[in-house]
Design a protein around this ligand. Structure first.
Ligand code: C2O
Ligand code: CU
Ligand code: CU
Length: 498
């Protein structure tokens, strides 16, 4: 059975200092013990070709105590898991019943700018947006979220996000787990800040604006302190970091391997056994975990690795001061993400790791037409401390809805050299999947070898990308840091493809 003591002991253990700590507020509101994890409802559009979403307001009691005001799609907090064909058209409707503009950006879909759902496509209160999504890309785990400029952080925080699975229906043939909620689990990791009465709060102070807003409680699929029961076999975890700012460094508490099978934009060629998998905001990873030997285990995360000591600041502290990203996770300081209880009586659907996955490592083979240099700027010093002016920009240009920052030729292959200042920044590009070709001038971390749409920049990253979808001046694509407070604060640019 579940070792409850260990989970509770893990909750407050050694989580560092300051706002980055994941320590639930003391008070009587918090539930004790753990409750079975619930999957987001599955909205399967593979037959119907239709997705119907309604943005609604709700109230959720997260861990006992008072209710929190929340937003969601079709339910009070977060949205359904959308299952969509990886090739063909899917028609969507998004109705907005909320009192302010929202949008739905299909993060990871490689579709034209006019259906991308970014800041230029707000849905006014009471209105419905009805794009047709022409999908043609590799099967992958994506997500969707609101993307109103200046409001993405509070809106996603409140719940306007969900997972999307792109499928070709062939995962069974690949030997992959496919039973939704049984051996194929969707896990949305989000830290949220709760007050002593149990209400979810969003009240960024100066430090939060700079570091990104982090919570004191971890929610998985919007649930506080879940656990899950799994069959005695191979279990697939599709993990989305849906947090505003927190980076998770995942490991199993007993040291068993995490077998990485997919990254943002598709499956790998074969499973890759790793001890630590780092998931930055907006990144997705697909993992297989082997529970075939029985015995319970817990997915844990190391404390936040992003700090003022990272990025270029680290470099300033004496050359190679930049901390490596994927360090081994110390179980003594880690916090529990999800405890697994193996149900010995439940037959495993999949009991061996597949040798191959039918996916591939990322490889852009077309010659480079253009090289661009981008710096993710954080302004330091007195003006920032006084809150004056734009703290954030890219290459000196804070985001402006009216300014096109880059123009890309349709079909062009580009090399983007991205430099992050002060912190680690998860850098995301719309309308494409890219190859990470170098990190800090050296080899790419193993978990970045697959196709990606978001890369955690810890110093420098070099990406190769071919742009195959058009985006016009009036509805351009975005590139930005996916720490949502940085994005809202101006660390974003827009580009046309044509
Ligand atoms: Cu996930 Cu421009 O966003
Ligand atoms: Cu996106
Ligand atoms: Cu950033």
């Amino acid at each position: 059975m579940i070792d409850r003591r260990r989970f509770i002991a893990g909750l407050g253990a050694g989580l560092g200092a300051g706002a980055a700590a994941l320590t639930a507020p003391t008070g009587l509101w918090a539930q004790s013990g753990r409750f079975p994890l619930v999957m987001p409802p599955l909205l399967d559009a593979t037959e119907t070709g239709r997705i119907d979403l309604t943005a609604i307001a709700g109230k959720v009691r997260f861990g006992g105590g008072d209710e929190s005001d929340t937003w969601g799609f079709n339910r009070p907090f977060l949205g359904p898991t959308l299952r969509v064909n990886n090739k063909g058209e899917t028609a969507a409707t998004v109705k907005n019943t909320l009192p302010e503009e929202v949008s739905v950006h299909w993060h990871g879909l490689i579709i034209p700018g006019d259906v991308d759902g970014g800041p230029h496509q707000p849905i006014a209160p009471g209105e419905t947006w009805a794009p047709v999504l022409p999908v043609d890309q590799r099967p992958a785990t994506l997500w969707y979220h609101s993307h109103i400029h200046g409001k993405t952080a509070p809106q996603v925080y409140k719940g306007l996000a969900g997972v999307m699975q792109l499928t070709d229906g062939l995962d069974k043939d690949r030997g992959l787990p496919t039973e939704y909620g049984v051996d194929d689990l969707t896990l949305v990791l989000q830290d949220r800040r709760f007050d002593s009465r149990g209400r979810m709060v969003y009240d960024p102070a100066m430090r939060d604006a700079m570091m990104g807003f982090s919570g004191n409680v971890l929610l998985v699929n919007g649930q506080y302190q879940p656990f899950t029961t799994v069959p005695r076999g191979i279990v697939r975890l599709r993990i989305l970091n849906g947090s505003n700012a927190r980076i998770y460094s995942l490991a199993m508490d007993d040291g068993r391997d995490l077998h990485l099978i997919g990254t943002d934009s598709g499956l790998l060629d074969r499973p890759m056994a790793l001890k630590t998998v780092v998931v930055a905001p907006a990144e997705r990873v697909e993992l297989l975990v082997d529970f075939g030997t029985g015995g319970n285990a817990t997915l844990v995360s190391a404390p936040e690795i992003n700090s003022e000591g990272g990025g270029m600041m680290g470099g300033m502290n004496g050359g190679s001061g930049r901390p490596p990203i994927d360090q081994p996770v110390d179980p003594a300081t880690a916090f529990p993400v999800l405890p697994f209880s193996v149900d010995e009586s439940r037959p495993a659907f999949i009991d061996r790791l597949p040798d191959t996955l039918g996916g591939e490592l990322a490889s852009v083979t077309t010659p480079v037409d253009v090289t661009r240099h981008l710096t993710l700027d954080m302004r330091m010093g007195p003006s920032m401390m006084l809150g004056g002016g734009n703290r954030f920009s890219i290459s000196g240009e804070p985001f402006d809805m009216g300014v096109i920052n880059q123009s890309v030729k349709l079909g062009a292959t580009e090399r983007w050299l991205v430099t992050g200042q002060m912190l680690m920044h998860p850098f995301h590009v719309h309308g494409c999947a890219f190859q990470v070709v170098a990190e800090n001038g050296g080899p790419v971390r193993p978990q970045n070898l697959g196709w990606k749409d978001t890369v955690l920049v810890n110093g420098d990253a070099e990406i190769l990308v071919r742009f195959d979808r058009p985006a016009a001046r009036d509805i351009p694509f975005m590139y930005h840091c996916h720490i949502l407070e940085h994005e809202d604060g101006g660390m974003m640019g827009q580009f046309t493809v044509g």
